[in-house]
Design a protein around this ligand. Structure first.
Ligand code: PLP
Length: 395
């Protein structure tokens, strides 16, 4: 599309058409600009571009045309003015913290966030004199009660991993804004196809593109989306500190965005069927999926999401031995910690993603020994059910 991008287009169209400005070669597919730097006609042009007096590329740690295409496309889908791409999801979150937190600030973070995010806040950000409190995602009184005069940032993820706890983005945004704090939402699980936190009051949204945005388990990447003014600080961190996205990975994610909506719809349909099948299975103690009417966050998820997502967690009767039997009896479902892939993946949180937590912390987080997390892929639903049945029939 040309300079004048038409944002009145529907999301399905934006996902396919936004971002690519055709070059003089007339290419139809988005080109991959695998170049670390850019050249100039003369010294004057180089000086102007280095000093920011003239727009244009300088060095791919700062900007790269393929990465810029991905940023424009994601921003359009997420309903943000701008996106800044990063080398991984953690790179995106690091950039947000570096951009907005100073020594003496305070952060409130929901307890059920992705494991490395707890590590980032607890082990590293604290070192720079920032204080962190972790609260229960659904306990609005706790968010309010932990506010201090120096609270600068709220951080949350919904649905949470692996128990699919749903947080009220609008209500938490209201508490944050009444306290002059920014709300940052990790929207990796839903993607813009299912949830648009900026529309619900979030100030910044972070993504691990590694998951559903790629959707086929190939590349690491991330992004921050929001308003121009807030994103300028994030951009400044990325270009200076270096967690930039590779142009090749940006191209993979551009392709991923084109099919994101139909993939997410298919993930949701398969996940719903698996969740309903597991819920009536005699060897299954409990299923965690917001698409089930008895899930405590069902109504809220219906309100703020366009679908319940592709992650289904469930507890089998018989603790760790039973959970491991189910996992080890699968024939094609991949035993891996990654998620958001067309391939179904299965993991035992208590000994992998949450393995570093103390017994006490696992108890508090509800990570039981019988818990299994399934990222429901796009294989035939009957085959997935048959693969899970092998182990469930043995325990
Ligand atoms: C994977 C993940 C991250 C981290 O992303 P990377 O791309 O692995 O750095 C952050 N948040 C959530 C919810 C994730 O699933």
């Amino acid at each position: 599309m040309s300079e004048q991008e038409d944002y009145s287009l529907a999301l399905d169209t934006l996902a396919i058409r936004t971002g690519h400005e055709r070059t003089h070669e007339g290419e139809h597919g988005e080109p991959i600009f695998l170049t670390s730097s850019f050249v100039y006609k003369n010294a004057q042009e180089a000086a102007n571009k280095f000093q920011g007096k003239e727009a244009g590329n300088v060095y791919s740690r700062f900007t790269n045309p393929t990465v810029a295409m991905f940023e424009k496309r994601l921003a359009a889908l997420a309903g943000g003015e701008r996106a800044v791409a990063t080398g991984s999801g953690m790179g995106a979150i690091l950039a947000v913290t570096m951009a907005y937190l100073n020594a003496g600030d305070h952060v409130i973070c929901s307890r059920d966030v992705f494991g490395s995010i707890v590590g980032l806040f607890d082990r590293y950000i604290r070192k720079f004199g920032v204080d962190i409190d972790f609260v229960d995602l659904t306990d609005l009184d706790a968010w309010q009660a932990h506010v201090r005069p120096n609270t600068k940032m709220f951080f949350m993820e919904s649905p949470s991993n692996p128990l699919a706890v749903i947080g009220d983005i609008q209500a938490i945004a209201n508490i944050a804004h009444a306290s002059n704090a920014l709300l940052v939402v990790d929207n990796t699980f839903c993607t813009p196809a299912l949830q648009r936190p900026l529309k619900l009051g979030a100030d910044l949204v972070v993504y691990s593109a590694t998951k559903y945005i790629d959707g086929q388990g190939r590349a690491l990447g991330g992004a921050v989306v929001g308003q121009h003014q807030l994103l300028e600080d994030v951009f400044s961190v990325v270009r200076t500190l270096g967690p930039s996205m590779s142009p090749f990975n940006a191209w993979v994610f551009l392709k991923g965005l084109e099919t994101l909506k139909i993939r997410m719809k298919a993930h949701c349909e398969n996940a719903q069927q698996i969740a309903e099948w597991l819920a009536q299975h005699e060897k299954v103690e409990r299923v965690y999926y917001a698409g089930l009417p008895n899930h405590p966050g069902h109504e809220l998820a219906k309100k703020q999401q366009a679908g319940f997502g592709g992650i289904v967690s469930f507890e089998v009767k018989g603790g760790r031995p039973a959970a491991w039997t189910v996992i080890d009896s699968t024939q094609f479902i991949s035993i891996t910690g990654n998620l958001g892939d067309v391939k179904s993946t299965i993991t035992h949180p208590a000994t992998t993603t949450h393995g570093k937590l103390s017994e006490e912390a696992k108890q508090a987080a509800g990570i039981k020994e019988g818990l299994i997390r399934l990222s429901v892929g796009l294989e035939d639903i009957h085959d997935i059910i048959r693969d899970l049945s092998r182990g469930l029939d043995l325990i």
